[in-house]
Design a protein around this ligand. Structure first.
Ligand SMILES: NC(=O)c1ccc[n+]([C@@H]2O[C@H](COP(=O)([O-])OP(=O)(O)OC[C@H]3O[C@@H](n4cnc5c(N)ncnc54)[C@H](O)[C@@H]3O)[C@@H](O)[C@H]2O)c1
Length: 252
């Protein structure tokens, strides 16, 4: 599971789970490109405090040209790219509700950031990973898609699209020795979760927990081991998969 020296782009790493991916992977020797629409200086400090190496890149995943600029920033800093963790998403900023109460603006925003954003970052980074001889892409999906979360259909649908994108792209990129997998976490205690569920947060977290075989809510640190494995060569022939890190909620 050695990732020492690997160059790993983590999108949406200014806060929350993405920040923890960056901190952890930086701490075990990977070189991290911290990419976010928001200021990443806090994450940069955390990686450096772990003795890690990182650079920050301003990124709006919804923009193809911004994604290309981010890939160039990564290449300028480290010369090549080995892996991409597509973690950026509209989650915290979205408003839940019945399927017919979701505004068209929110629906379009979820699709643009969560689906097109994932595609944009893959397009931007794949040429460099290919050039490096292969690597790994990890797309962050959600239990929302694998379970079928109600009252947030724009989010649920966008994350289901991420799983479809993962499967198709895995078949396209196998010949380049690029693996593409998804991770589907259960609810994680983050600012984003508090924003998404608002006053219903505690009730939602309790309900989700009670559906897990291991009945405790996740923290960001519960996810890093799976991401570590997927970006490392230890998962060499694993591609096109959606790995559930959900305490045993959805079982295939
Ligand atoms: N927290 C959970 O319970 C949970 C569960 C399952 C899946 N997920 C997924 O995990 C990921 C992280 O979740 P989180 O709770 O840390 O979310 P969050 O809302 O706290 O963080 C999302 C990050 O993405 C960034 N971002 C948003 N739009 C962007 C854009 N257009 N371009 C670049 N960056 C952008 C934000 O600035 C933020 O740093 C998301 O993909 C989310 O959908 C979260």
């Amino acid at each position: 599971m050695n990732v020492e020296g690997k160059v790993i782009v983590v999108t949406g790493a200014a806060r929350g789970i993405g920040q923890e991916y960056a901190r952890y992977l930086g701490g075990i020797g990977a070189r991290i490109v911290i990419a976010d629409i928001n200021d990443c200086s806090n994450t940069l400090d955390l990686v450096k405090a772990e003795g890690g190496t990182a650079t920050a890149a301003k990124l709006d995943v919804a923009s193809a040209s911004s994604a290309m600029d981010m890939a160039q920033t990564a290449l300028d800093a480290f010369g090549h790219i080995d892996a991409l963790v597509n973690n950026a998403a509209l989650y915290g900023g979205l408003k839940g509700g019945r399927f017919d109460s979701i505004s068209e603006t929110d629906w379009d925003a979820a699709m643009t950031v969560n689906v097109k954003g994932t595609w944009n970052c893959c397009k931007a980074v794949v040429p460099a990973i290919r050039q490096a001889g292969g690597g790994s892409i990890v797309n962050i999906a959600s239990l929302a898609a694998t379970y079928g979360m109600p009252f947030g259909l724009h989010y649920t649908t966008s994350k289901a699209a991420v799983i479809g994108l993962t499967r198709g792209l895995a078949r396209e990129l196998g010949r380049d020795n690029i693996r593409v997998n998804a991770v589907a976490p259960s609810a994680v205690l983050t600012e984003g979760t508090r924003e998404f569920f608002a006053e219903k947060t505690d009730k939602a977290l309790d309900t989700i927990k009670m559906n897990q075989a291991i009945a405790r809510n996740l923290t960001p640190s519960d996810l890093v081991g799976t991401i570590h494995w997927l970006v490392s060569d230890a998962s060499q022939l694993v591609t096109g998969q959606t790995i559930a890190v959900d305490g045993g909620t959805v079982m295939h």
